[in-house]
Design a protein around this ligand. Sequence first.
Ligand code: TPP
Ligand code: MG
Length: 469
Amino acid sequence: MAKQEVVMPALGMAMTHGTLLQWMKQAGDRVEIGDPVAEVETDKANIELESEFSGFLGAHLFEAGALVPVGAAVAEILDSETPEAAAAGPADSAAAKTLAPAKPVKQAPKHKTSAAADREEFRQKAVLLDKDAGAAALETDITGLPAEELVEWLQTMMLIREFETVSDRLALSGKIPGGMHSAAGQEAVAVGSIRALAPTDIVTSSHRSHHHSLAKGLTPRSVMAELFGKETGILGGRGGHMHLADFDIGLFGSNGIVGGGLGLAMGASLASKMRHLDQVALGFFGDGGANTGRVWESINLASLWKLPLIVICENNLYAVETHVARATASDTIAGHAAGFSLPALQVDGQDVVAVYKATSAARRRALDGDGPTFIEALTYRYKGHNTGDRETYRTKDEVDDWRATKDPIARLTRALEGAGILSDGQLDQMTESVQATVEDAVTFAEASAWPDIATASDRVTGLAVAHGA
Ligand SMILES: Cc1ncc(C[n+]2csc(CCOP(=O)(O)OP(=O)(O)O)c2C)c(N)n1
Ligand SMILES: [Mg+2]
C-alpha cells in the first residue's frame, strides 16, 4: 500500500511547531489533491492543510489540539483501494500522539479576497486569455514544427513541473532551508522562449527561476543540491534557490532584486553588440518587476542603441499579494513598453508554441540589428508567492480554473496526441522518466556534503564560482 505523508508545513523561518486545531477528514475518507485535511494554527495565522496527493486518509497521527513539530507527518495518504485498510492505518497508530494539552478550537478567519473584483477590473483593462477567446484559442497549433522538438519541449515542461512539485514539498517540510518560489504553471514561458534561442545566447532570470534554469540546461541535480545548500550545488551551496547561475551555459543568473535581471541582460546585449557577436540576451522579470525603474531604463537604452535584447515580462497576475490591475496604470504591460519605440506584444504564455514563435521573431530582429522586442507573456503561478504563502488574496476557484482550462502541459499533450505524435504509452514513460530524474536529484542532494565551514568565504561571488575559481 503506497503511502504519502501530509506534514506540518514550515510557514516561516522561525516556525518550529504548529497546532493541529481540527481534523477536516477522517481516517478512511477519500481525499483528492487540494482537499483540506486539517486546520492548523501557526504563529502567524490559521491555515487549511491541503493534501498534495489523492487516495485515502490513514489514521490521524496527532489528536486535535496537539502541538506538532514542523516537518512531522500528521497523517498518511494511502493508495489503498480499500478505505477500511486506510482507516486501520499504521500498526503503531492505535493512540494518536498528543504533544500538548488540547486547546479550544478557534474559528478559522473568513477567506479574505478581493480577487473577483480585481479580475473584473483587469478584464476591462487588459486582453486576458479568456476574453472572448472560446475553446479554440485554448488549443496549441503545432503545424510545421518538428515532432522530435515538440516532444522534447513537453518532456522539459514535465520535468520542470515535477521538480517544482517535489521541491515545494521539501521546502514546506523544512528540508530545503529558506523556502522557495515555485514556477509551476509557468513552464511554457521558459521552454517556449529558451528553445527559440541558440545555446550561446544569454539568459538572466528573476527570484522565480527554476524553470528558466532547467530549460537553459542546468541539471536537476545541480539545482536541487543548490536548493539544499550542499557543496555539489551549481554555486557550491552559496546561492540557494534565488541565485542559480552558470556562465558556461549562458545563464547569467537569477537574483532577488526584483527587475534586476533585465539590467544584466541589457549589459550582456551591449557587450554582444560591441564584440560583433551573433548572440542575443534574454531578460525575464515579472509584472511586479515591470513597475521598477531599472526595467524601463534598460528598455530605453536597448531601444535607443538597438541592442540585441529580448525582454520577457512573465505576467502571472500577482506581485506577492498585489493583483496587476491594482498596480499597473496602462491597459497592458506591453502598453507601457510601446512608448519606447520597439515592438511590444502580449502572448499567451500558456501556449509554448506562441511563446516560441514570438521569441524566434524577436531573436531574428535582434540579430538583424533592429533592436529589442518586448513580450508580455500572460501566465499564472499555481503555488503561492513563496513557501508558506497563505494565499488569502485569491480564490481556490481561480487557481483551479487556470489549472483545469489553461494548463500548458495539458495543452501541448492534447496537441501532440491529436496529431498522433505521441505513441501508445509514451506519455507514461515520460512521466516515469521525469519522476526518476527528480528522485535521483533529491537523493543526490541529500547524500551530498555541506560546504566545509573553512571555505565559507571562498567563491562568494557568482563570477568566481561560474569560472570554477
Ligand atoms: C527591488 C525589490 N523590491 C521589492 C522586493 C520584494 N519582492 C520580492 S518578490 C516581489 C514581487 C515580484 O513580483 P513579480 O515581479 O510579479 O514576480 P513573481 O513573483 O510574480 O514571479 C517583491 C515585491 C525585492 N525583492 N526587490
Ligand atoms: Mg508576478
